[in-house]
Design a protein around this ligand. Structure first.
Ligand code: PLP
Length: 487
């Protein structure tokens, strides 16, 4: 374990983390050791997980303090607990920063994660479209005032609602109405997919599905779709069938904040409600937000607690406020554009070395590679790359013959590598590393002599050689250069 090193000549960031680890280590030395270990790991691997990033020291430090101890159920000025003066200031500032950043009329910054943000949004829409009109017909203000039989009717009405979202193999997310998630148990759901030829979103088929199925909610947004979505078109479809448009911009909110996605591609002016995580391309703390330009919806979103949330994490709301301030700068706009330029350079680098790109390219922060072009499954590619110092995740591709476990794809994202300063030239070297590993990997046989979907062969020389190339890239683009390597 590295000892205490706080010194006058170290940066304040180095000293902050060094002091912190010393304090933690006095109580549970193993945790201090694991925190140091995680930093070392992150500093020694090329992080291409599309949903991850590196938050700034200011964001990380804003989370580790006594705001963590405070209960504050409710909203600023309307709490169920006393003593919330400073939590109120934190939440108000975080919401204000979010509104300015996204040019939104309303922001709710309490959700603890993306899944929570989506749940808050679903219930806000149900409360707005199903509960509130029913209460009005019964001439009562609150669900507690309903007769038992009316309450039974309302509960059933919640369960009768329909929604449509992007299919999982086209790049959608589990929280968009799929059965393993609560959203799939709550809603009657149908999926829209992509065109089999172009692998891109087919707006005509979204329209046909919406006209036939008449959903209450249309969800747009994705986890693994390498293209932009035209939210103006999606809104037009929603309006034509009387549905509400919800956009989950968890993956690309950094590109919206950084003004890369504007006009028809900006969800805020086009959707009824927008949700996001704060830790992916937006580069904040782990958390969620809900935004809306529909002032009618605000009172329903505000009821996220107690609808699906308990007490907000005031320390994380503080970190969100810091992250939103960072994202309001022109430096962040430059960053967001570079994320997209880097993804394009990475995609071109892979394609020219024989990799097939799903949809033929990228318009956002992610690249989906069909690794069957290297004779591999996603599972084999993911592990071979990990052994060679490159961290990616396997991912289904549209109409994937290998299913959701082995998959035929890997998903690559550029937000993290762009944060540490990598350029388009670096992306060509990253593409070279990836393709040289995948070209040198071949499937092994199972015990029964068939081609394995998991086991593979890769010579140590290739993985060592590529680990060295990754190390060189990371030496030139270090993670947290302001934090000393000896903390
Ligand atoms: N929505 C989308 C589109 C996502 O990609 C994710 C996470 O991968 C989530 C929601 C859930 O976010 P969290 O892991 O913060 O709950």
């Amino acid at each position: 374990m590295t000892g205490s090193v706080h010194q006058k000549n170290l940066s304040s960031e180095s000293n902050a983390f060094s002091f912190g680890l010393e304090v933690i280590g006095k109580t549970e030395p193993l945790i201090a050791e694991y925190i140091r270990g995680e930093l070392q790991n992150q500093r020694s691997q090329l992080k291409l997980i599309a949903s991850e990033n590196y938050a700034s020291p200011a964001v990380l430090l804003a989370m580790g303090n006594w705001f963590s101890d405070k209960y504050a159920e409710g909203t600023p000025g309307h709490r169920f607990y006393a003593g919330c003066d400073f939590v109120d200031k934190v939440e108000t500032l975080a919401a204000q920063n979010a509104k300015e950043l996204f040019d939104a009329k309303y922001a709710y910054v309490q959700p603890h994660s993306g899944i929570d943000a989506n749940l808050v949004a679903f219930w806000a829409l149900l409360a707005y479209r199903v509960e509130a009109p029913f209460l009005e017909t019964k001439n009562v203000k609150h669900v507690n005032d309903l007769e038992d039989e009316d309450w039974d009717f309302l509960r059933k009405a919640f369960g009768d609602q329909r929604m449509i979202g992007m299919s999982l193999d086209a790049g959608g997310h589990l929280t968009h109405g799929f059965r393993p998630n609560i959203s799939g148990k709550l809603f009657d759901q149908r999926s829209y997919g992509v065109d089999p030829k172009t692998e891109q979103l087919d707006y005509d088929s979204v329209r046909s599905l919406a006209e036939e199925f008449r959903p209450l909610i249309i969800v747009a947004g994705y986890s693994a779709y390498p293209r932009r979505v035209n939210f103006a078109k999606m809104r037009e479809i929603a309006d034509s069938v009387g549905a509400l448009l919800m956009v989950d911009m968890a993956h690309f909110s950094g590109l919206v904040a950084g003004k890369v996605f504007t006009g028809d591609y900006d969800p805020i002016p086009n959707a009824h409600i927008v949700t996001s995580t704060t830790h992916k391309s937006l580069r904040g703390p782990r958390g969620g937000i809900v935004l809306s330009n529909e002032t009618d919806l605000a009172e329903f979103i505000d009821k996220g607690c107690p609808m699906v949330l308990g007490g907000p994490l005031a320390n994380v709301m503080a970190a969100k406020a810091v992250a939103f301030s960072e994202a309001k700068t022109t430096a962040f706009q430059t960053y967001a554009q570079q994320v997209v330029d880097n993804a394009k350079a990475l995609a071109e680098g892979i394609e020219k070395r024989g990799g097939r790109l799903v949809t033929g390219g990228t318009e956002n922060h992610l690249v989906l590679v069909d690794v069957r072009s290297f004779g591999l499954t996603g599972r084999q590619a993911e592990t071979a790359l990990e052994e060679s110092g490159v961290i990616v995740n396997r991912n289904a591709i549209p109409f994937d013959p290998n299913g959701a476990w082995y998959t035929s794809g890997i998903r690559l994202g550029t937000p993290a590598l762009t944060t540490i300063g990598m350029s388009c030239d670096d992306m060509d070297e990253v593409a070279e590393i990836i393709c040289s590993v995948l070209s040198a990997t071949s499937p092994a046989s199972t015990t029964s002599g068939e081609e394995s979907k998991a086991k593979f062969m890769l010579s140590d020389n290739v993985s060592v050689d590529n680990r060295n190339r990754c190390a060189e890239l990371l030496r030139l683009n270090p993670l947290y250069p302001e934090i000393d390597s000896t903390i």
